[in-house]
Design a protein around this ligand. Sequence first.
Ligand code: MRU
Length: 350
Amino acid sequence: MSHLKTIEWVNDAVQIIDQTRLPLELVYERIEKIEAMHDAIKTLKVRGAPAIGIAAAFGVYLGVRDTSGVKNGKEFSAIVCQKADYLAGSRPTAVNLFWALERVKTKAAALAAELLPVIEIKKKLLAEAQDILEEDRHMCRRIGEHGLKLLEGKKAILTHCNAGGLATAEYGTALAPVYVAAEHHRFIHVYADETRPLLQGARITAFELQESGIPVTLICDSMAATVMARGLVDAVFVGADRIAGNGDTANKIGTYGVAVLAKAHNIPFYVAAPASTFDMSLASGKEIPIEERDGREITCSFGKQTAPAGIKVFNPAFDVTPSHLITSFITDRGVIDPPFTQNLCKAFKK
Ligand code: MRU
């Protein structure tokens, strides 16, 4: 597993790795205010669906911990809702963000209804954020254990973006089976798509796998077809930002293309995600909001202009892979095979 601490609560503040500075610098940043957390999520200092959820839960606590003069729990709970709504505006696609905010709001309301003093509710909100972090660690470990059997007989996989430890509290999702296999002294070779435009594959996946001693080969996104055609990979493992009730899956832009390629080459395409990434309120992927980011991420990424000034740009940060291209989901509750509408409902409908 990756030994890097993506996000932690240390000495009364949230400590994150500033992922915008990887791989050249490993810089830890202390976040003490909700505004700084909003900025960290929006600018991708902390990124990856599960990590965003954890960050948001701590962010709400940072936003309410210094409130004073609040008369009662009910009034305090309304402030919690305001702070959660503010953080909800940081990024739209990863449902883990909204899942975590909902959980914190529900907790505050329940404690207010029990007439707990505000000071006690504050303590319990911090504990809730810490629980979300701990639970994520366990969920990802279980994804790794369930995914391990899908790696049987396989030597190499391809992944897109970063769905490793740096996208979660610890093990990652798509990379969790690879880390668990390594614990059993089986080293799966990972081909990492560089993942234009923000290079999460090159900057983050390649970095964390190399740090962990897992064999990794970096490729440009446009090389995935060749890697598959040459028989260099046995399967694709990716993460997810939001999975609709029918299995349609939003993940980093380019994932859909990789799924089409995997189908064309008869290679299994697995999506790994914890329960917090399944949005059973959505019937299909058409309803998933897709973030569009600043065009300068394409024309001027990492400070160098690579396109004519004033050019029109389309920069969706995510795409939706239709469920018929997905072989199975690897979740903390086990591997889920088609038919997805039926089987996801059984596993995740409240
Ligand atoms: O824009 P990012 O870097 O937050 O996008 C991250 C991804 O698309 C990941 O694949 C996804 O969140 C799964 S992380 C376990």
